[in-house]
Design a protein around this ligand. Structure first.
Ligand code: PAF
Length: 284
């Protein structure tokens, strides 16, 4: 595996690969890799000849007062994990290379970026789409793989690629969960042992919602009330939002249809966790 830190070198590598007709797969990450990331790497491996994993804690997607500084960084460990996965390139650009002092240009998927996580994290998705388009232009992959854990992000990236006619296929990979259901996330490491136990409440409440739908409850307000009851039955949580949406457009629904998505953000102590799940209603 090669570690490339300069944009110019990454471009040269990609140019050579493309000249050899290799299909390049990219997995963009913030680092501090876990099994969820490795599942994305494996998916990229299945569909590409060469796999590039980028590690970059992107400052433009963190708001003031968020955890940019504390975000866990463990490069040596990450590189070992990627080496084990037989990744071809770890692309690790510096902040200065990605955003020189006079940097001015941002890309935003307007409407999709405002709701849900976008309301409590203004500017977050603009930072994500900006760095993603930069990575796509630098690495020039044929395929890029994103996790379903950040479902809103996935929909936004797909829309950006569609709207800007970027000739890259965006693939996704399902959430990887701990044994007790907690979605894997680098931020789980902020949870103390008691909070960690309570953090399963996101998944538990979504599973309960599915059971209620199976029993015939399809009204979203009623389902949300039941979910909030479960969540507030535990210590430390604060619900930021729970929404039931159309999977492609992220439009809110009032009744659960054949297939919708639950999106949610809950604060457990000082840690903000997000999760999502497909919820299936009756076939009409
Ligand atoms: O999902 C992430 O890890 C990040 O938002 C991404 C896509 C790597 C952009 O910085």
């Amino acid at each position: 595996m090669r570690t490339i830190r300069e944009i110019k070198k990454q471009r040269e590598w990609s140019k050579e690969e493309r000249a050899n007709n290799s299909i390049i797969g990219l997995v963009p990450t913030l680092g501090f890799l876990h099994k969820g990331h490795l599942s994305l790497v494996r998916k990229a491996r299945e569909v590409s000849d060469s796999v590039v994993v980028s590690i970059f804690v992107n400052p433009t997607q963190f708001g003031p007062g968020e955890d940019y500084k504390e975000y866990p960084r463990e490069e040596v460990r990450d590189l070992q994990l990627l080496e084990n996965e037989e990744v071809d390139v770890a692309f690790i650009p510096s902040r200065e290379e990605m955003y020189p002092e006079d940097y001015e240009t941002y890309v935003a998927v307007e409407k999709f970026s405002k709701n849900y996580c976008g309301s409590s994290r203004p500017g977050h998705f603009r930072g994500v789409t900006t760095v993603v388009i930069k990575l796509l232009l630098i690495v020039q992959p044929d395929i890029a793989v994103f996790g379903e854990k950040d479902y809103q992000q996935l929909v936004i990236v797909k829309r950006m690629v569609r709207d800007l006619n970027i000739p890259i296929q965006i693939l996704s990979s399902p959430i990887v969960r701990e044994r007790d259901g907690l979605a894997m996330s680098s931020r789980n490491r902020y949870l103390n042992p008691e909070e960690r136990k309570n953090a399963t409440v996101l998944y538990d409440s979504m599973k309960e919602a599915q059971q209620l739908v199976n029993k015939g409850m399809t009204d979203v307000d009623a389902l949300k009330k039941e979910m909030i009851k479960i969540i507030e039955g535990r210590k430390h949580p604060r619900v930021e939002y729970i929404e039931f949406v159309e999977p492609e457009t992220l439009k809110r629904v009032k009744k659960v249809g054949v297939s919708n998505r639950i999106l949610m953000a809950v604060h457990i102590g000082r840690t903000r966790l997000i999760d999502n799940m497909e919820i299936r209603g009756q076939v009409e």
